[in-house]
Design a binder for this molecule. Structure first.
Ligand code: AHR
Length: 518
């Protein structure tokens, strides 16, 4: 049943203030015994690029810094990332990857060349953070690794040698060089991509040309037995380009490809020239952000239909290896650093995307939010020695029980919708899974800027009495954490129980709720 609700004049005029008004009524049914696919933990992966203060200052401060560190890595950030259970990190780019020459980032740091980061702000790149530092970071955090190779300005030989340097257990000159640089055992490369955004910053190629290059280069990427990473072809983005690239790559790359990647960024205004602000935005931009972020659902579905046709056996994964919100640069900041504040809107966007990724977990085995620290939709912001956790960090933390969980099917019985211009959005999205600990978890996102939702859930399969977990919300649509007030947006404990055979959730507008069922 559709229950259209009109935004009142008051709610539209209120700008970013959150007003609680009439309730949406929503009902779902969940069968706790009906198993779906595994939700790969790497759906919660992170992207780390040499961009702005994403690595330098954000993660790496060097050993002689006044900021508390272990081997050059900031202690506060590493602790927060460990607590977040980051499962996977992608490095060194992004656009940066196609200009990165791995030899610049190995050996004595004092002797490493200083280059110019031509993509991001034209700043000096000291190469202090290189291959060894990336793997040390991943090992400290306990994350799997995704290395993005340079197709744009590299050669097949350079790429093959990097892989040999990282993975060889032989007595080869390259493996011995790694040993001399302090690493005896091969590094564990879990994923390796050949180029990035080959349709754009990676070389402005046609997909047919890229597919040929991929086949050629991948032929020479050899690793010892047991050390082969999953190889990723760099796919398209958005709507039409995404489909074209998925189609051409899945038809033309006939070997050495485990997955095709895909990028989608959420821009409030849906255009790159003027994207919309990170804070201080009107209600209309909350709404358009939600409309734009939900588009990924349809884009993924269409890409998976193409893959279903070209690869019915399901051998090729579909990895959304860049996604998240992208706002206008803050006035006074270097635009090439892509630094932006992060509000409750970002947390709601993140959670809405998680629920979509869970739906497609059969083929979507990895996603990486852009980016982990200080860049775009970050988990963590730093200002020299200060650090804060963003609302997006808390969304990731609340969803950790979904890592490697088994998806459960939720049936929508009654949904309320909001009409946003020509678009219609559901009031609530929901996802459920059986966690690795055997418990059932439920995530509910109230997408509405203004309306609370009264949600009823009928449970089939198990006798459950109550639900307990956390809720993240705020009293303003652009509520965010600052260095002066780092705890403004934080999850609080939440509990609800079964009433007349149904679990009843009262979800505030603009909220994320994750509970365990008892
Ligand atoms: O995440 C920032 C940039 O966005 C990446 O470097 C690039 O791949 C994409 O266009």
């Amino acid at each position: 049943m559709i229950k259209p609700v009109k935004l009142t004049l008051i709610s539209m005029l209120l700008m970013t203030s959150l007003s609680v008004k009439a309730e949406h009524q929503v009902t779902f049914t969940l069968n706790t015994n009906q198993d779906g696919p595994r939700i790969n933990k790497n759906i919660y992966g992170q992207f780390v690029e040499h961009l702005g203060r994403g690595i330098y200052e954000g993660i790496w401060v060097s050993k002689n810094s006044n900021i508390a560190n272990t081997n050059g890595f900031r202690n506060d950030v590493i602790k927060a990332l460990k607590e977040l259970k980051v499962p996977l990190m992608r490095w060194p780019g992004g656009c940066f990857a196609d200009e990165y020459h791995w030899r610049d980032g190995i050996g004595d740091p004092a002797k490493r060349p200083t280059k110019v980061n031509t993509h991001w702000g034209g700043v000096e790149e000291t190469n202090e953070f290189g291959t060894h530092e990336f793997f040390e970071l991943a090992e400290m955090v306990g994350a799997e690794t995704y290395v993005n190779g340079n197709l744009g300005t590299g050669t097949p030989r350079e790429m093959a040698e990097w892989l040999e340097y990282m993975t060889s257990d032989k007595n080869s000159t390259l493996a011995n060089e790694r040993r001399q640089n302090g690493r005896e055992a091969p590094f564990k490369v879990d994923y390796f991509a050949i180029g990035n955004e080959a349709w754009g910053c990676g070389g402005h190629m046609r997909p047919e040309y890229y597919a040929d290059l991929y086949m050629h280069w991948a032929t020479f990427l050899k690793t010892p037995k047991g050390h082969r990473p999953k190889f990723i072809a760099s796919g398209g983005s958005g709507n039409a380009r995404g489909l074209e690239w998925t189609d051409v790559l899945s038809k033309n790359i006939t070997r050495n490809m485990d997955a095709i990647s895909y990028h989608y960024y959420t821009l409030p205004k849906g255009q790159w020239q003027e994207k919309g602000k990170a804070i201080d935005f009107p209600v209309s931009e909350w709404n358009s952000t939600i409309v734009n972020t939900l588009k990924i659902d349809d884009y993924i579905a269409k890409n998976l239909q193409v893959l279903e046709q070209n690869d019915p056996e399901g051998k090729i994964g579909f990895y959304v290896d860049e996604w998240g919100t992208w706002y206008d640069a803050e006035p006074g900041r270097e635009p090439g650093f892509l630094y932006q504040q992060n509000t409750i809107r970002d947390a709601v966007v993140a959670a809405a995307n998680f629920n979509i990724f869970h739906k497609y977990a059969e083929r979507v085995h990895m996603t990486n939010i852009a980016q982990m620290v200080n860049v775009l939709q970050a988990m963590i912001l730093t200002d020299k020695e200060k650090m804060l956790l963003t609302p997006t960090y808390y969304a990731y933390q609340m969803y950790t029980p979904f890592q490697d969980a088994t998806a459960l099917t939720v049936h929508t019985e009654q949904m309320a919708y909001e009409k946003i211009g020509d678009d219609t959005i559901p009031a609530v999205t929901i996802s459920a899974a059986k966690g690795q600990d055997g418990n059932t978890y439920l995530a509910l996102v109230n997408l509405s800027a203004t309306e609370t939702s009264d949600v009823f859930l009928t449970l089939n399969g198990e006798k459950l009495k109550y639900a307990k977990g956390q809720q993240l919300t705020a009293n303003k649509l652009d509520a965010h954490n600052t260095f002066a007030n780092p705890n403004r947006v934080k999850p609080v404990d939440y509990q609800t129980k079964v009433k007349s055979g149904k679990l009843n959730f009262n979800l505030p507008a603009a909220s994320v709720t994750v509970v365990k069922l008892y």
